[in-house]
Design a binder for this molecule. Structure first.
Ligand code: SF4
Length: 329
């Protein structure tokens, strides 16, 4: 079941770290943390407005929710919990760090209606975690994930590609290890280097270089396919304009339709596989009827890609063909 979120941002509060990529105020677009009365006002408005409450979650995003001051965290949770239940919203979603999850915290979250927990894993390579000042290890991610699943929460894991000291092999390894943790959802964030971050400093000093944008699209396309083939829903791939990064970007892989680029690449790779080794110059593929534009690629880039090779492609919609599959007819 697809849930909509009422997003409430709790920026940076209580976080003891300064991760290399983090400029929390930029990501959330919020300058101050909301108090319980603001949360109540926001949720009252949403409660009156939203009809399909049972498919709507309250989502505390943007910081390390379980690392904030306990009294403050409880005040937010208690307020949100008033709007959850039979006649209210379906539950509460929070995101946090792996090293701020333990039984006591999970007992509290359970008591106040939290149903989904997202963990910022970012990488499953300790060398990369350390180089980016994450302050936790891959083992912490494994332990937190196991505990969250044992408690019966929905588990989400976030990974970041292209971090300082990472490469495509390490990012692939991270995805493989994440799959073994059996999350319900994953978010893939190709790195965005924001102003006033450690990464920006490294980048400006020439100590951190980024691979070409197109390589990152290929990598994230492979990751997207890996996760979805493993039955794990990728709920985000790339930051959106609404994440407020555009004015803050120094370098990195921001594109307003990054996921579409990756999905187009998945289709291009699938067609390439069929075309490779054939002497034919014209191909007709059937693809899922809802994926025709993905198969054509953003602004028809896949069609042009094959045209440059002297190959013409026609695409036929077919409900029976699964997503990301092409069938030559
Ligand atoms: S743990 Fe989260 S909030 Fe804290 S610095 Fe890192 S990314 Fe930012």
């Amino acid at each position: 079941m697809r849930h909509s979120n009422i997003s409430i941002f709790v920026p940076h509060l209580g976080c003891p770290n300064a991760c290399s990529f983090c400029n929390q105020h930029t990501i959330s677009g919020e300058k101050t943390a909301p108090d319980a009365s603001e949360v109540r006002r926001l949720l009252s408005g949403s409660y009156d407005r939203i009809k399909d409450k049972q498919n709507t979650q309250i989502a505390f995003f943007g910081g390390s929710f379980t690392a904030i001051d306990e009294d403050y965290m409880l005040s937010l949770l208690k307020t949100a919990f008033e709007f959850v239940g039979k006649n209210g919203f379906s539950g509460i979603r929070i995101s946090t760090r792996p090293d701020f999850i333990d039984s006591q915290i999970l007992d509290t979250l359970k008591r106040y209606g939290v149903t989904s927990i997202e963990i910022g894993a970012q990488s499953m390579c300790d060398e990369v975690l350390c180089a980016n000042n994450r302050g936790h290890t891959a083992k912490d991610v494994e332990n937190a994930s196991r505990l969250i699943r044992e408690y019966g929460f929905e588990l989400g894991l976030q990974m970041m590609t292209g971090l300082y000291k990472s490469d495509s092999e390490k990012d692939m390894l991270t995805a493989q290890k994440i799959i073994l943790l059996k999350p319900d959802t994953v978010r893939i964030y190709p790195v965005c280097v924001l102003k006033n971050t450690y990464l920006a400093r490294l980048y400006n000093e020439g100590k951190y270089t980024l691979s070409p944008f197109d390589d990152m699209v290929s990598l994230c396309a492979d990751l997207l396919l890996m996760f979805e083939s493993a039955g794990i829903k990728v709920i985000k791939c790339g930051l959106h304009a609404s994440d407020g990064v555009e004015g803050e970007l120094v370098a990195g892989y921001y594109h307003p339709a990054f996921r579409e680029l990756c999905e187009g690449r998945i289709y291009r790779n699938a067609m390439d596989k069929v075309i490779l080794g054939s002497m034919d110059k014209s191909f007709v593929f059937s693809v899922n009827d809802r994926c025709i534009s993905k198969a054509r690629g953003q602004k028809n880039e896949n069609i042009r890609y094959f045209e440059k090779k002297g190959i013409s492609i026609s695409l036929i919609p077919d409900k029976t063909v699964k997503k990301y599959i092409v069938v030559r007819i």
